[in-house]
Design a protein around this ligand. Sequence first.
Ligand SMILES: [Zn+2]
Length: 427
Amino acid sequence: MYRARRLMILGLAVILLLSALLSGCRSEPEPADMYVWEEEITAPTEPIPITEPKNISYRDNVHGAYPSCSVYPAGNDEGFYFSRVGTDLCYYYSFSEKSTIRMCSRPGCKHKDESCLSYISDLTCILEANGTLYAFCQDELSVRLLKIDPATGNRSTFYAWEGSVGEKYYMLNDCFYSCGRIFTTVNMVDGLSTILLQSIDLRDGALTTIAESSDLGSGEFLGAYGNYAFINWHGLTEELPKMEDYLKEHPNETELDYYSYINRFQKEHTGKQIRKYDLITGEHEDVYSLLQMGGTNAPDFNLTGSYCAFGKYLLYSLGKTTVCRYDMNSGEARELLTVENLWGAKLVDDRLLYWLLEEEQIKVRLRDVDTGEELIRENEGDNKALAFTVLGESATSFHGVYDDKLAWISKEDYYAEKYNRSVFYPT
Ligand SMILES: [Zn+2]
């Protein structure tokens, strides 16, 4: 339970630790709801020209924002939604206004209960998709997915996983949005615990169970794009032969023989798969060896410490030195970089941001994927470039961690290394 969220929290902890190490032990600025650093740093480098994101659709494969650790605010080009820990209240922060808006304009409202348009009881996670806000609410038994009109605060239940006392309950482990669908990882407990990997089509509300854990195996989402979802699967690589088929083929054997055969079969056919599910037909194929690109190294999806899908791409490494990118749309895998001392990597703005651990120092590089050109060079990869740790993006800004706090920065300022122009989230 909560594995994905634990991973995310762990990821944030690592990032915060990293930022703390990099920023040293300077004293905390005065607490304030939000403020902008106007101070210019000396001798700024020339900004890298910002082009439209070439391939990345930053709106796809975006994970839900959890108020308990607001790492991923639910954003769009104009701003983002977020909730303050322990309040069940939803707010909107506007980039252009540089201000926080409570989603309730009811005169006299005390913003304390369900009558308030900003109040979402049992709020556990929010997602923004095409101008609509989706909120997951978790109580002791059930999970509800609300669809909320941000302009009015009006909401309706879009889908509900209904538990029942003493029989079963549901827990939301993780969720993300991609290409018109919300993908959920839900734990159903009815004596046994079953992980359900599901998708909800936002056009018609149809829920599909793509895969579920069983004795035969289990998996987790890597990402999704178009009509395909990708699941990292551990378990049987071939279907268990049925007893009647086996006995038909081996007329002289008994049921006991079948079970010892199954024992051997399970040992021989257990392995890892990267399953590509066709969301229309429900069929899946294994693309594990395709991602190995002719080698023997296992694809490793832990380059970022959290998620590995960026728009239509999955980012992974082979043999701890090679960074590869898999296009979930075209099915093409491509090597982006081979380098010693690789510490981590992610895609930002369709560029490869990677960092190396050399002589106990973190060195940061930014590379144009198409030309191989290194983009942050002014300080020779000084770890200053990690001062702002990118966790997500919109068309014009990055959000992430700066000065140990969650913040956003315009891409222009980021590329000009004016990290002190970051704006802190009012969480
Ligand atoms: Zn209110």
